[in-house]
Ligand binder design. Structure first.
Ligand SMILES: Cc1cc2nc3c(=O)[nH]c(=O)nc-3n(C[C@H](O)[C@H](O)[C@H](O)COP(=O)(O)OP(=O)(O)OC[C@H]3O[C@@H](n4cnc5c(N)ncnc54)[C@H](O)[C@@H]3O)c2cc1C
Length: 120
């Protein structure tokens, strides 16, 4: 049995399910969108990926952005190995950079989801 997600088949369940009963093959999908976090105090605990910037899948950027987070956090932590930088400063740098590229993608994916697939 095949499964499909209605947001990706332009609402035409019959075509999406390739002749199968839509009630049997459609996979309901709840789309969540994160609210931007402001004034985020850095500490030795931080977040990457969907835990901080869950976004609509319509732009296919969620996993890509999660991997970018991992890369950015790795870089800032490695730079903190110098005697002049602290771990918390490294986390602050990561959080500032991540917010600048991730939250616009969250807003863009939400707007695209609204206009293209009727996402709430
Ligand atoms: C239909 C759909 C299509 C998508 N297509 C794309 C795409 O084409 N390109 C793209 O870049 N992104 C896409 N995404 C988004 C992508 O799947 C997510 O952004 C990505 O998986 C986020 O990775 P993550 O590691 O942050 O979170 P997750 O992948 O959710 O990983 C979190 C993990 O933590 C585990 N976990 C949760 N709670 C606990 C706990 N208490 N203890 C232990 N483990 C726990 C979970 O089981 C899970 O394995 C799509 C998403 C959906 C829903």
């Amino acid at each position: 049995m095949s499964f499909c997600c209605l947001p990706f088949c332009d609402g035409d369940a019959d075509e999406c399910c390739d002749g199968e009963d839509p009630e049997q093959c459609v996979l309901p999908l709840r789309i969540s969108t994160a609210a931007p976090v402001r004034d985020w105090e850095p500490s030795r605990v931080t977040l990457i990926g969907d835990a901080i910037h869950a976004m609509s899948p319509v732009l296919a950027m969620g996993a890509n952005t999660a991997m970018r987070d991992a890369s950015e956090l790795t870089r800032t932590l490695c730079e903190a190995r110098s005697p002049h930088a602290s771990l918390v400063e490294a986390v602050a740098d990561y959080q500032a950079e991540m917010a600048a590229y991730a939250f616009p993608l969250v807003a863009n994916s939400r707007e695209t989801g609204r206009t293209r697939v009727g996402q709430a």
